[in-house]
Ligand binder design. Structure first.
Ligand code: PLP
Ligand code: ZN
Length: 391
């Protein structure tokens, strides 16, 4: 399946803050000088033709030429990516939207778009000779990492909040990972990892503290462009936790401009969070955090009190002329029911959050009903029954 893919041109890592560069043939995390994320940069000289694209490959690895892998034998794939772009005709009709689309990431292996980032990160870990991976998670990243590590023959440790629905815990154990449960939210899981790393040589693939998950998630941007015939939508709404997907999609669009595969105006990027935990929205509106006592959410992927990549999230929102907004827990639940009943798609609460945010922003006049709109459904609702089904 991967014999024919073209591998990346020269690539290196660049600090997103101080512009120091780093070699990607060694294990790297983030820039130790400024405590900011590293970004993969590609030297695109001479790489301007769409033959780069391996169109027979129906996974995200069709874009391998723009991914930082050196040897195709290291690719750990379970069929992630190339998820459908579903037209939301019924919802659109009911609410007067002309061009409403859902990028359905719930159809990925392990039921979420985390499989993209983790496929990339575990492939790279394998290439770097890593034998032990660890990850803090609000749920989906843990399951994905457990699965890809199982496929790669790498030991996996997952740190998850106690309060996560049982299925997220069960899947990690089924995939053979070691699971540790922690009181609090994902930031507490991160602290636990710092303690473990002091004692043990484990490769930490925390989002944005490891440079490659972003590269996997950026393939959503490539797919949105390709599936829309290389003409981008006007607006993209993204349920934001750590922001990796939002930063990644924006990175993909910059690369596509550099490659000359797209031109013209880029979409407005809109970050959506839960009222229970909205640090990105507060930062965007330059509000003081009202309280640091963030709570969990039925959209557990959104319960991220501190995003390591926050500067890059702000940059994407501002450069795109975008926006950031919240929805309440009850709106999220209402959104799940509405989309499920009218479209036959069992979206995750995170996916429902962006739909409810779209209604709000349209009513406020910020988005127009005739704009071309893409909603990201980042995961499958089937994993959230504990949170979304009333008994
Ligand atoms: C992790 C997760 C998110 C948040 O993703 P980021 O890219 O880190 O912002 C959103 N939805 C789901 C279903 C998730 O699992
Ligand atoms: Zn730096």
């Amino acid at each position: 399946m991967f014999e024919t893919i073209r591998l990346s041109p020269q690539a290196f890592l660049l600090c997103s803050h101080c512009s120091r560069s780093f070699d990607l043939t060694n294990r790297q995390s983030y820039c130790q000088h400024c405590e900011k994320p590293l970004l993969v940069k590609y030297d695109l000289t001479g790489f301007f033709d769409k033959d780069l694209l391996d169109s027979d490959n129906l996974t995200m690895w069709r874009y391998a030429a723009m991914l930082p892998i050196r040897d195709r034998d290291h690719i750990v794939s379970l069929g992630e990516g190339m998820t459908p772009m579903l037209p939301l005709r019924n919802l659109g009709y009911n609410h007067g939207f002309d061009q409403l689309w859902l990028k359905d990431e719930g159809q990925n292996p392990t039921g979420s778009f985390k499989s993209r980032g983790i496929s990339m990160a575990v492939s790279k870990a394998l290439e770097l000779g890593v034998t032990d991976c660890i990850v803090p998670t609000a749920g989906n990243a843990g399951g994905a990492m457990s699965a890809y590590c199982a496929a790669a023959g790498i030991r996996a440790t997952v740190i998850m909040p106690k309060n996560t629905p049982q299925i997220f815990k069960d899947e990690c154990r089924l995939f053979g990972a070691e699971l540790m449960l922690v009181d609090g939210l994902i930031d507490q899981c991160g602290k636990e990892i710092t303690r473990i790393k002091a004692k043990k040589d484990v490769y930490d693939i925390s989002t944005m503290k490891e440079p490659y998950r972003l590269e996997g998630k950026k393939t959503m941007g490539y797919e949105i462009a390709e599936q829309m015939d290389w003409s981008l939508p006007d607006v993209i709404l993204y349920p934001t936790g750590g922001g990796t997907g939002l930063i990644g999609i924006w990175k993909a669009f910059q690369e596509l401009l550099d490659l000359g595969w797209i031109e013209g105006k880029l979409p407005k990027m809109i970050a959506v969070q839960s009222e229970n935990c909205s640090p990105v929205v507060e930062a965007f509106h330059k509000r003081q955090s009202i309280s640091k006592n963030y709570q969990g959410s039925i959209a557990s992927g959104l319960a991220v009190p501190r995003a390591f990549g926050q500067d890059l999230i702000m940059k994407a929102l501002r450069e795109s002329g975008g926006f950031a907004t919240t929805v309440s827990e009850s709106e999220i639940l209402k959104g799940v029911k509405e989309i499920t009943r009218t479209e036959g798609v069992l979206v995750s609460p995170e996916g429902a959050a962006v739909w409810m945010a779209l209604l709000k922003l349209t009513n406020a006049g910020y988005i127009k009903r005739d704009e071309k709109i893409v909603l990201l459904n980042t995961g499958s609702g089937y994993k959230y029954f504990e949170n979304i089904v009333e008994n």
